[in-house]
Design a protein around this ligand. Structure first.
Ligand code: MTE
Length: 325
């Protein structure tokens, strides 16, 4: 039986029809092989609040000035920034798509540190400014298609997770990576309810984590990451359904055994570990063959691995993707 797991979304949360009508239209075209990673056209400079401190200054130092205007990306148009920042899943703020934008100011992102532990030669807790030091982020813009229950094209600013992991020297026993989001129920109203078991937890196999398309993103649209999109640092795994892309990451742990995740704990029949975008594998309750692109009317065919098959299919060679959903 074909199946795929995705956090249950009430019908009321599905993109309202009127959203489509108002949006600017996307250009025709598909991301081509090799074009998945690429520069985007010039974007506005980084906006920083006057109260910004250490890591925000580090980021600002790297993003100041003109961003490159050459484009190596595919031809699909970017989704409107407004849609990307007002229609979100971030259950720490509540389950409505509008909740994250409304309550995101409660997320305290400065100071921020990320612990890197488990099967690594150099474990520890690291200030975000140290993690970002030396990253040439002005050259690190990735225009990627992302699929959730809907799809978008977003110009992320970030760097491959592999670069960070390598710095901490994974041991030969490191087979999986576990990520955890911030836990702060005083400020994150959603965490006062047991929507899922907090903190939000996700995982990747080590080869997925080391793949160059797996990013740690710290910004989008030429700006620092908006809180509602997972500030100050989040995962982006563009060939997987959106729930794998964990936001506001505070912990990265390399482990030997396949970990469970928040969504698997919630409903193991609907959510699996891999969550690869796959039009041939349906969710138990609905087809996954087509998707709504925010800004377009109608639906478009969902692509295998979200269009990144040339880049990532070999990671799953020989695996039954119906079973490993
Ligand atoms: N990360 C955390 N910490 N909490 C969440 O609720 N939601 C996930 C993922 N990461 C979520 C999260 C889901 S279900 C999706 S679809 C994407 O974030 C949404 O990302 P976006 O709001 O930036 O589009």
């Amino acid at each position: 039986m074909a199946r795929y797991r995705y956090p249950a979304i009430p019908e009321s949360e599905v993109t309202p029809r009127e959203l489509f009508a108002q949006r600017r239209r996307f250009l025709k075209g598909t991301l081509t092989r090799g074009a998945a990673l690429g520069m985007v056209a010039a974007a506005p400079g980084l906006l920083l609040s006057p109260t910004s401190r250490a890591w925000t200054e580090t980021l600002s130092g790297q993003l100041s000035g003109e961003l490159p205007s050459r484009s190596l990306a595919g031809e699909e148009a970017l989704t409107d920034r407004k849609d990307v920042t007002t229609y979100n899943n971030f259950y720490e703020f509540g389950t409505r798509k509008s909740d994250p934008e409304v309550y995101a100011h409660k997320l305290v992102t400065d100071p921020w540190s990320v612990s890197i532990e488990g099967e690594v030669g150099k474990p520890g807790s690291f200030a975000l400014e140290d993690i970002l030091a030396g990253q040439a982020l002005e050259e690190r813009i990735y225009r990627l298609r992302c699929v959730e229950a809907w799809s978008m094209v977003i110009p992320w600013i970030g760097f491959p997770l592999a670069e960070l992991l390598k710095r901490h020297e994974p041991t030969s026993r490191a087979r999986y990576v576990v990520f955890e989001s911030i836990f702060d129920p005083d400020n994150l109203r959603g965490q006062r309810r047991s929507i899922i078991e907090w903190p939000y937890r996700e995982g990747l196999r080590i080869d997925e984590a080391m793949h160059p398309l797996t990013l740690l993103a710290v910004g989008m649209y030429g700006e620092r990451m908006p809180n509602q999109n997972g500030a100050p640092i989040r995962l982006v795994v563009p060939w997987k359904y959106g729930f794998k892309s964990i936001k506001s990451v505070v912990s990265i742990r390399l482990v030997e055994e396949m970990p469970t995740t928040s969504w698997i704990d919630q409903n193991p029949d609907e959510y699996g570990f891999y969550a690869n975008v796959n039009p041939a594998v349906d969710h138990p309750r609905w087809s996954q063959a087509r998707e709504r692109r925010i800004g377009e009317s109608g639906r478009r065919d969902t692509l295998m691995f979200n269009g990144y098959a040339d880049e990532v299919a070999e990671l799953y060679a020989g695996m039954d993707l119906n079973q490993h959903f």
